[in-house]
Design a protein around this ligand. Structure first.
Ligand SMILES: C[S@@+](CC[C@H](N)C(=O)[O-])C[C@H]1O[C@@H](n2cnc3c(N)ncnc32)[C@H](O)[C@@H]1O
Length: 315
């Protein structure tokens, strides 16, 4: 399902949105939110309009290219007609589908990587080892900035009891374990003996092996076997996406007040934003993202860190 955006320079963004919403109200479902954001739902697509200081951001989405161009055309024509006191330029980007959405600009990405605490030699060696040992699967490893973020979160929460779902070769476990105090514990869940044997070797070398309890087996069984009490301070979910809703539920019940669950890959490379993607894991992630925002047990925030990271904090 393609989408396209336009960034329109103007001194009166809110005014145009109001005009468009009130004009469209008779022809389409048009809604103006309290923060000035407008949504117009046409038969074959939608347009979201967001005002900002000196510009108006437009997002058009539709079922196919032809319908998308129809939405763009209607919105552009009306905006140009309303702009009697200035000359607007409405330049839409080329259509992008969910699988080719660029979540972080590569220039920004590089800047982020070079502006957080650097990875030490051991983590850098683990990256190389993982690439050599696992080939294409090495793309599953979290990035260095995300690792630094995890260590920081563990420390900020003051965590002693942590859970990780999805160990792979151990990069994120090292980052979590390093944030724990010496008597802290990390329960690390994975199904792979092969990949976690690399993790075990690097945990030893990082000096954190004595804080980590590795459980090999389906993570849902490991989580369900945990005591029901609220004993988890922080949990990181980064395993099979289809089971995220189950992992979230088992963990959130056991989080202590103020405890944090961190979920990785909540954008699924952009596919979660594109309703054309209907495989089981797309549906599961979309459902979970919607559930968390309405879950009154937690406060949550979704961050554009790499492939999307959600933080949900137990109230
Ligand atoms: C994305 S990788 C984890 C990457 C890791 N966090 C890191 O920083 O390198 C996903 C891991 O989840 C594991 N996994 C897949 N299905 C699982 C399941 N049902 N239960 C437990 N682990 C599972 C895989 O074996 C794989 O190691």
């Amino acid at each position: 399902m393609p989408s396209s955006t336009a960034h329109v320079a103007t001194t009166r963004p809110s005014r145009y949105i109001k005009q468009l919403i009130s004009h469209m109200d008779h022809k389409a479902a048009a809604e103006l939110a309290g923060d000035g954001r407008g949504t117009i739902t046409f038969g074959r697509g939608t347009c979201v309009l967001t005002p900002s200081g000196d510009h108006l951001d437009l997002i058009a989405t539709a079922g196919d290219i032809e319908a998308l161009s129809g939405v763009q055309d209607v919105v552009t024509r009306h905006l140009l007609r309303f702009a009697t006191q200035e000359e607007l330029s409405v330049d839409w980007t080329a259509p992008v589908a969910g699988d080719s959405m660029q979540i972080i600009d590569p220039v920004v990405s590089d800047y982020l990587l070079t502006h957080c605490t650097p990875a030490d030699d051991l983590l850098q060696e683990l990256v190389v080892k993982t690439r050599e040992a696992t080939g294409d699967a090495s793309g599953m490893q979290i990035s260095h900035d995300e690792g630094a973020f995890l260590t920081m979160l563990v420390r900020m929460v003051g965590a002693r009891r942590a859970v990780e779902v999805g160990v792979f070769t151990g990069y994120s476990s090292i980052c979590i374990a390093r944030g724990l105090p010496e008597d802290g514990r990390l329960l690390a869940c994975d199904v792979s003996d092969e990949w976690t044997s690399i993790a075990r070797h690097y945990w030893e070398r990082a000096g954190v092996a004595d804080r980590i309890d590795l459980e090999i087996g389906p993570a849902i069984e490991t989580l369900r076997a945990l005591p029901a009490e609220s004993s988890i301070d922080i949990a990181f979910i980064d395993a099979d996406k289809v089971n995220y809703p189950l992992y979230y539920e088992e963990i959130v019940q056991r989080l202590r007040p103020g405890g944090l669950v961190v979920l990785d890959n909540v954008f699924l490379g952009g596919r979660v934003l594109d309703p054309a993607y209907q495989e089981e894991h797309h549906l599961a992630m979309r459902r979970l993202n919607d559930l968390i925002v309405n879950d009154d047990r937690v406060d949550s925030v979704m961050l554009p860190v790499r492939d999307g990271v959600t933080l949900a904090r137990r109230r």
